[in-house]
Write a protein that binds this ligand. Sequence first.
Ligand SMILES: NC(=O)c1ccc[n+]([C@@H]2O[C@H](COP(=O)([O-])OP(=O)(O)OC[C@H]3O[C@@H](n4cnc5c(N)ncnc54)[C@H](O)[C@@H]3O)[C@@H](O)[C@H]2O)c1
Length: 318
Amino acid sequence: MARSGTIAVIGAGFYGSTTAQRLAEYDVFETVVLTDVVEGKPEGLALDMNQSRPIEGFETRVVGQTTGQDGSGYEAIDGADIVVITAGLPRKPGMSRMDLIETNAKIVRQVSENVAKHAPESVVIVVSNPLDEMTALAQLATRFPRNRVLGQAGMLDTARFTDNVAEAAGVPVGSVRTLTLGSHGDTMVPVPSACTVDGKPLADVLDQARIDELVDRTRNGGAEVVALLKTGSAYYAPSAAAARMARAVHEDSGAVMPVCAWVDGEYGISGVYLGVAAELGAGGVRRVVEIDLTDTEQAALAEAAEAVRAKQVAVQNL
Ligand SMILES: NC(=O)c1ccc[n+]([C@@H]2O[C@H](COP(=O)([O-])OP(=O)(O)OC[C@H]3O[C@@H](n4cnc5c(N)ncnc54)[C@H](O)[C@@H]3O)[C@@H](O)[C@H]2O)c1
């Protein structure tokens, strides 16, 4: 496939820089732009990534750009087709994602307004936490159609669930299919009924107590990494998830992935950004794909929607 297009990654912290590196190494984009408010950081990281090109054998150019609170520097993302927003504080041990809401809302609003100005046709993928609320805020601040603003959480939570199941069952990760829906937080909804190991239902492979343990570990997967790192949060698996979503959009692939998308009647739920399976293409979310759920899973999804709905409305005023 020929290289084409520009993708921008806003925020050159751990999440942003690893995402930019993965996107560049795909070698399918003409340019990856990496920005941050810390003077010199994105330029330095871009230079370093470009110097890895002869070794890794990719040609995508990474451009680093410092941006100011006044929006200076944003011309570097002019015309970008896809923008990944990673700007914002990560959690510290003991913090919930919701503890970040006030600080990160200010950052995500400022970033989104500049994205709307400089990349008005872009598809926006939000990763800043708390994820469901920041995705809703990015849509409000960009005023983009809702299908063009989505969030990354379900890909990561699903990958964590898959890894947990593969370890417990002693099989390769490639033998395992799992799914998580709902919010990227306490009301995450792992969907055991949609999970298989070598095509067999998960319940035939592991007993219920073990499945419950794995569901619990998945729900607390982010906190487990934060507690071990002590400073900052996970970024290898998160960046892999965001980069795969961006690639599906870039290639207009139609891949179905668990993402945070606007739900408008699916599962009997309306008017909220929520973790669901969705088909991705050049315009962002092509459609939400409804998966068969058990009554318990359906009730948990409805509960997750109500838990994030009020906060997504409140975020308008932050
Ligand atoms: N959705 C997910 O699954 C998921 C997973 C992991 C982390 N996260 C979230 O991603 C975000 C980034 O995490 P990280 O580990 O990269 O943190 P980090 O502290 O390493 O990097 C954040 C970067 O954002 C930059 N920044 C702050 N304000 C900015 C602005 N106005 N414009 C541009 N850049 C700005 C900072 O200078 C910093 O470099 C956090 O909110 C974290 O909670 C989400």
